[in-house]
Write a protein that binds this ligand. Structure first.
Ligand code: ADP
Ligand code: MG
Length: 377
C-alpha cells in the first residue's frame, strides 16, 4: 500500500536521476536567526518541494519549487550528510564527484561544508564527515590499497591561487586540460598525501590561514571567492587494477547580485567575475542536463577546473542554500530559480528522443504515484 508506493516512487526517482546525468539538487533552508524578521518560506514536506511567498505583497505570491530534496531549518548536519553519503562513497569506486554549496552570502554554505564550532558544541560539516567516510572505507577494504591526496585552491577574480602554498595565495596557477579520470587539472598546485581526516583538517586550517594572509578582510574575501578542496583517490587491487577518481568540495562565492550603481572599482570587478563564473556554471550544468554535444567548460576558471568532475560518468550535487528571512525574498527566488534550472532536463534535442520519452514516462509515473499518495493522506 502506502509504503510500497513511497518505495516505488523513490526507486523511479533514482532511475530518473541516472537519466538526468547524475545531477542532483538539494535545497537547504537555514534557521531564522535571532535578529531576523519573518520567514517567507512555507516548507512543504519531504517530497522535495517547497513553497515561498512574499510577505510584503498583499496578493497571492506563492511559488512552488521542486528539488531532489529540501532540508528544512531543523535538519541536522548528520541528516544532510546521510543523504550525501552514497554519493561520497562512490568516489572510492572510481567515480568523480563534485559537490557545490551555492547561495547568497549568509545563507549557510560554509556551515554545510565546513560546519561550525561555537564553544561547546561542534557541528561537523560535509567535508569532515566525507573524509571520515573515505578513510574508513580505505581502512576496511582489504582488497584495494588506497592512496589519498589533497589540493586546495581558491578562484578569485578569475585567478586560481594555491591555498597550500607558503607565500599566501600569491602564486597564480594555470589550469591544464587533462584527459582521463583523476588527471591533475592544476599540476602546479601543491598536492599533499594524507593518512587521516586530521591530516586534511590541518591542511584546511593552513589553507584558511593563507587565504586570510592574502586579504585584509578575510570575511569579505571568503564570500567573494570560490574555494575548492580536491581529494584525489588512487586505488590498486591485488591483481594490479587501478582506479583514479577525485572529489571536489566547493564553497562557492556568494551569489547575491550587487546593484551596479552602488559599487565601483574593486567591488564592481569582483561582482562581475562572480556573476560571470556562476552563470557559466549554470550554463555548463544546463548543457550537461540537456546532453548537448558542446559543453562550455572553457568560459570560466571554475568550470575549467572542474571539467573532469562534471561531465562523463561524474556525479554532481548542488546544495542550494537559502535564507528564510523575508528581506532575502528576492535573492532566495533567484537562488531557487538557478537551482531549478540546474535540476531540470529540458527536452528537445532530436537524438534524445528515446531517453526523452523514457524520462517523460517516468515523470508521469511519479506524478501518478504522488497523486495516489496525496489522496491517501
Ligand atoms: P555563507 O557561507 O553562505 O555566507 P554561513 O555558513 O557563514 O553562510 O552562515 C551564516 C550564519 O548562519 C552563520 O552564523 C552560521 O553559523 C549560521 N547558519 C547557517 N546555516 C545554519 C544551520 N543550518 N543551522 C544553524 N546555523 C546556521
Ligand atoms: Mg561562507
Amino acid at each position: 500500500g502506502y509504503h510500497q508506493a513511497i518505495k516505488e516512487n523513490r526507486h523511479l526517482y533514482n532511475i530518473l536521476q541516472e537519466l538526468r546525468g547524475n545531477i542532483r539538487v538539494f535545497c537547504r533552508i537555514r534557521p531564522i536567526l535571532k535578529f531576523e524578521a519573518k520567514s517567507c518560506i512555507e516548507y512543504i514536506g519531504n517530497d522535495g518541494s517547497l513553497m515561498i511567498f512574499d510577505p510584503c505583497k498583499s496578493q497571492n505570491t506563492r511559488k512552488i519549487f521542486q528539488f531532489n530534496k529540501v532540508f528544512g531549518p531543523a535538519t541536522t548536519q548528520g541528516e544532510v550528510y546521510k543523504e550525501t553519503q552514497s554519493l561520497i562513497r562512490s568516489v572510492m569506486d572510481g567515480y568523480n564527484v563534485c559537490i557545490f554549496a551555492y547561495g547568497q552570502t549568509g545563507a549557510g554554505k560554509t556551515y554545510t561544508m565546513c560546519g561550525s564550532s561555537n564553544g561547546s558544541c561542534e557541528e561537523l560539516g560535509i567535508n569532515h564527515m566525507a573524509l571520515n567516510d573515505l578513510f574508513q572505507i580505505s581502512s576496511i577494504r582489504e582488497d584495494i590499497k588506497y592512496d589519498i591526496h589533497v589540493q586546495m585552491v581558491e578562484i578569485y577574480n578569475e585567478q586560481v591561487r594555491d591555498l597550500l602554498a607558503e607565500d599566501g595565495a600569491n602564486t597564480k596557477l594555470e589550469i591544464m586540460n587533462c584527459s582521463g579520470n583523476g588527471g591533475l587539472s592544476i599540476p602546479n598546485a601543491i598536492i599533499r598525501g594524507v593518512q587521516s581526516t586530521a591530516d586534511v583538517l590541518n591542511l584546511m586550517k593552513l589553507g584558511e590561514k593563507n587565504r586570510a594572509f592574502s586579504s585584509t578582510a578575510m570575511n569579505h574575501r571568503s564570500s567573494r571567492s570560490h574555494s575548492v578542496l580536491t581529494v584525489h583517490v588512487h586505488g590498486k587491487d591485488i591483481s594490479g587494477n587501478t582506479i583514479r577518481s577525485c572529489l571536489h568540495l566547493v564553497d562557492l562565492a556568494g551569489s547575491e547580485r550587487v546593484d551596479k550603481s552602488e559599487v565601483t572599482g574593486d567591488q564592481l570587478k569582483e561582482a562581475q567575475h562572480i556573476n560571470k563564473s556562476l552563470s557559466c556554471l549554470g550554463d555548463v550544468i544546463t548543457a550537461l542536463a540537456q546532453k548537448n554535444s558542446h559543453i562550455p567548460y572553457r568560459n570560466s576558471k571554475l568550470t575549467q577546473l572542474l571539467q573532469n568532475s562534471l561531465g562523463g560518468n561524474a556525479k554532481m550535487l548542488m546544495f542550494a542554500h537559502v535564507s528564510p528571512e523575508s528581506d532575502s525574498h528576492g535573492e532566495t527566488i533567484s537562488t531557487l530559480k538557478f537551482a531549478q534550472r540546474a535540476s531540470t532536463v529540458e527536452l528537445g534535442a532530436p537524438h534524445q528522443n528515446k531517453e526523452s520519452s523514457e524520462i517523460r514516462n517516468l515523470k508521469e509515473q511519479i506524478d501518478n504515484l504522488n497523486k495516489a499518495l496525496m489522496i491517501k493522506e
